[in-house]
Design a binder for this molecule. Structure first.
Ligand SMILES: C[S@@+](CC[C@H](N)C(=O)[O-])C[C@H]1O[C@@H](n2cnc3c(N)ncnc32)[C@H](O)[C@@H]1O
Ligand code: SF4
Ligand code: SF4
Length: 363
């Protein structure tokens, strides 16, 4: 049965992957999206210094029932797929465990990013029951002192305790640590990776480049990084950390960033205005991003609404003339962008990923 599911998934993803490539080559919509991401809520009780989402108020967010209805529609339309969930802090969304349970019930694999704040033992027991299938903890540095300073509130101990609790429950959840590359952390990326993989024993480690402070208008200033206090100041020091991460990855350690992205990061931190892109941007033909109010976009940065899930079926949005007009406008996007949320994965990687989850947790 599992083998059959693997084959079914591989065949579907394979043909859709080719159709996406063809979409991109001909600039016509010929495929369905395979990167579905949701910001499930805007709210967050942390006080991070590089993200001001914690200043946002809850505003007209989809209810649990509305999410379930849209997820059913997505599942019917797309077949089995990965859903990437972020926020705000996802575990602060009321009814979030019901949404996760629903995903598991209908065969949607979920990945959630968290600051760990609400992951008490009781919450971890619930996670062990209903998912997510992949839980990524945002821990920026191997020391409590640095991490908690960057986050503005004490979160380090809660993250470490939650990881240990979930590992003891042994329910096959894939666990990851993701760190932001910033002035406070960049000299110790390798040490943080090794701490996460060898001491915390998580399955995956990821680095994320510092972007303009979230939920502010800092990005409208092309020279934002010159004033941002978190911008790493010594590119050569970062280069040596990135080279070592690349070496660890080549030696088989589970560093989650694609090689091309690790290479591109060195350029980005030298010249964020015009560094080369690590890959072609295919978001207009493969991504489907949903905000807390159900608005759908291809790219969080370009931020043009293709439609809304309260009023429309996801397929109707994807296939609409309005969506195609947005795609045509996005074609010329010149943003110096690392495709951070849209890391291209080869078909082999996609199937490998699916098998990792399936092998751990079954369908
Ligand atoms: C906005 S958070 C939402 C999920 C959750 N609250 C968390 O912190 O994991 C998503 C990811 O963005 C990262 N992040 C926050 N501010 C950032 C910035 N200015 N540049 C790059 N990444 C950032 C966080 O560390 C986290 O891994
Ligand atoms: S990075 Fe995550 S935890 Fe920090 S303020 Fe933003 S949403 Fe909240
Ligand atoms: S901002 Fe980045 S992801 Fe968005 S359209 Fe431009 S290149 Fe693509």
């Amino acid at each position: 049965m599992t083998l059959l599911r693997d084959i079914e998934f591989a065949v579907y993803q394979g043909s859709n992957h080719l159709a996406q490539r063809l979409s991109y080559a001909t600039d016509r919509r010929l495929a369905k999206p395979n990167q579905v991401s949701v910001l499930i809520t805007d709210i967050c009780a942390a006080r991070c210094t590089m993200c001001e989402m914690w200043k946002l108020k809850e505003d007209n967010e989809l209810t649990v029932d509305e999410w379930k209805r849209s997820l059913d529609q997505l599942r019917d339309w797309l077949g089995p797929f990965f859903l990437v969930v972020s926020g705000g802090e996802p575990f602060q969304k009321r009814g979030f465990f019901d949404i996760l349970a629903h995903c598991r019930q209908i065969g949607i694999k979920t990945k959630v990013s968290t600051n760990g704040m609400f992951l008490t033992d009781k919450a971890c027991d619930r996670i062990a029951e209903v998912g997510p299938d992949f839980l990524s903890f945002s821990i920026d540095h191997l020391t409590r002192e640095v991490h908690d300073k960057v986050r503005g509130v004490p979160l380090y101990d809660r993250c470490v305790a939650a990881i240990r609790h979930l590992q003891a429950a042994d329910r096959g959840i894939v666990l990851g640590v993701a760190s932001v590359i910033m002035e406070e952390t960049y000299a110790d990326l390798v040490a943080t990776a090794l701490w996460a993989l060898d001491e915390l024993k998580v399955d995956r480690y990821l680095v994320q480049p510092l972007y303009p402070t979230f939920a502010t208008d800092e990005s409208v200033d092309p020279s934002w990084f010159e004033r941002n206090p978190h911008w790493p100041r010594i590119p050569a020091l970062l280069d040596s950390q990135l080279a070592e991460l690349r070496r660890l990855k080549a030696a088989g350690r589970p560093i989650w960033n694609p090689d091309a992205q690790l290479d591109a990061l060195g350029y980005y931190f030298r010249d964020p205005k015009s560094h080369p892109r690590p890959d072609e941007c295919m978001v207009r033909y493969n991504a489907f991003n949903i905000d807390p109010r159900g608005d759908v976009m291809f790219c969080w940065t370009v931020d043009e609404r293709a439609g809304n899930l309260r009023r429309q079926h996801p397929r109707e949005i994807w296939e609409s003339a309005h969506a195609q007009q947005i795609r045509d406008r996005m074609k010329g996007c010149q943003a110096p962008c690392l495709l951070n949320c849209y890391r291209g994965r080869s078909l082999r990687e996609q199937v490998g990923l699916f098998k990792l989850f399936a092998g751990r947790q079954g369908f």
